[in-house]
Design a binder for this molecule. Structure first.
Ligand SMILES: Cc1cc2nc3c(=O)[nH]c(=O)nc-3n(C[C@H](O)[C@H](O)[C@H](O)COP(=O)(O)O)c2cc1C
Length: 171
């Protein structure tokens, strides 16, 4: 049941450094990612999978809030491609689309008992520039976020909660 993964997921910032994450598991996350909705089905995203420890450490070096990558087994960098929406009625909606694809990765990972942490890149110019340089991206590619993926060294369990006061019913 999807609600089980939703209730289980939380940001995991401690990973078992000896844990293993297979390429097949990463592919399952990416399949979930690419099943996300997108404006006019434009799918304005690409993904870079990083398992190379040296590159993971380079992300740690420039990102103040991605230190959990020191022990994570992998990172998935979500790259937005705003240009594919130009001239379409979904133009400019790429941030929604990339948020949806990112959330699908987090939920599928929880289902597989893998921990994740969503670390924002966009709209912080420094993080976006450092990511562009590290991965030699074209200027029109927008680094959106980096997702730490690994075997958790802490428990799951939602930190979110339902708040009636945030809901307005119109019947
Ligand atoms: C757009 C966005 C950017 C985030 N960036 C970071 C980050 O750079 N580092 C980090 O440790 N957590 C980051 N988070 C995770 C949030 O801190 C976390 O989701 C929030 O505190 C709620 O906790 P939970 O994910 O455990 O429910 C980010 C989350 C979102 C949605």
């Amino acid at each position: 049941m999807i609600i089980e993964a939703i209730k289980k997921r939380k940001s995991i910032r401690n990973y078992n450094p000896n844990g293993k994450v297979s390429d097949e598991q990463i592919k399952e996350l990416l399949e979930a990612a690419m099943l996300a909705p997108s404006a006019c089905n434009t799918r304005p995203w690409e993904f870079i999978v990083v398992k190379d420890r040296k590159i993971l450490d380079k992300i740690v070096d420039f990102h103040n809030w991605a230190k959990m990558l020191k022990t994570a087994q992998a990172a998935i960098v979500v790259i937005a491609l705003p240009d594919v929406q130009i001239g379409k009625s979904g133009e400019g909606m790429w941030q929604h689309d990339c948020g949806a694809t990112t959330q699908n990765i987090l939920l599928q990972a929880a289902e597989l008992n893998l921990g994740t942490c969503w670390c924002g890149l966009h709209p912080v110019e420094k993080y976006m520039n450092d990511t562009r340089e590290l991965f030699k991206l074209q200027n029109n590619a927008v680094p959106f976020c980096v997702i730490a993926v690994g075997v958790p060294a802490e428990g799951f369990g939602s930190r979110g909660f339902f708040e009636e006061s945030k809901v307005k019913w119109i019947k």
